[in-house]
Design a protein around this ligand. Sequence first.
Ligand code: CP
Ligand code: NVA
Length: 301
Amino acid sequence: MTVRHFLSLMDLSQTELNTLLKRAVELKALQRQGVIYEPLKNRVLGMIFEKASTRTRVSFEAGMIQLGGQAIFLSPRDTQLGRGEPIEDSARVLSRMCDAIMIRTFAHETLDTFASHSQVPVINGLSDDLHPCQLLADMQTFMEHRGNIQGKTVAWVGDGNNMCNTFIQAAVQFDFQLRIACPKGYEPDARFVAQAGDRVLITQDPAEAVAGAHLVNTDVWASMGQEDEADARVKRFTPYQVTPAMLDQADDSVIFMHCLPAHRGEEVSAELMDDPRSVVWDQAENRLHAQKALVEFLLID
Ligand code: CP
Ligand code: NVA
């Protein structure tokens, strides 16, 4: 049987993605009711983190425990990965011991290489290019607050980074219009933009992106690995700060998302985080439920 991986949103069909999100909502309800559901007893998720994480680590670890399994945290600092053991060899070994492997890394090719040598499903826990697990939670969150996102208008304001690239893939898979406002030179990856055709518009004007939007998103101006550029980016990105006043230009039903961690006073104003239109805490919680649905899909279905 072919092993299914989740390296990008394009690895699942539109139907599979929608079914998975409905399942995430069900699993959330079961957990709220205190129902014990342990279909992954004795199953193990290996988690390789080459970058820092709070939400991704805790949501996968808690999710595996709640489903009856276990997760193992692996960092390059204390495994042979940090001493140069080839990715291919690590994939062969770890996939003989674990039932699935999650990787947070820099170059997306690391995930491709690992997956092509793994006997078990590999999950992208964030790469420099994409963060598909976050988009599962984000799409679940939109569905819970506003229903179907199909045909809606979504605005991205800020850096054309891994989250922005993933929103482009989400526009294709969930069928919405995406308007991206970013400074010149900080546009999303042209490969992803080309995949999306006329679903995506790119502008340098935040007001153009946000006008009439049903969902407004932003993310940090300097992602992990870009720490040296942080000061220069603050100067360049200041007009792109998302504020309550900017949201006032959107549709009356607009909600605001941020994958977190946030830098209040940079990409998002301090007051917007706790504005009634902000759903950032629900997004963070839904990492747990959406990823439980994902591991169930990859390991049981
Ligand atoms: N949003 C997100 O992936 O958060 P962490 O970096 O804390 O995992
Ligand atoms: N764009 C951010 C997302 C963090 C969850 C980064 O890659 O650091």
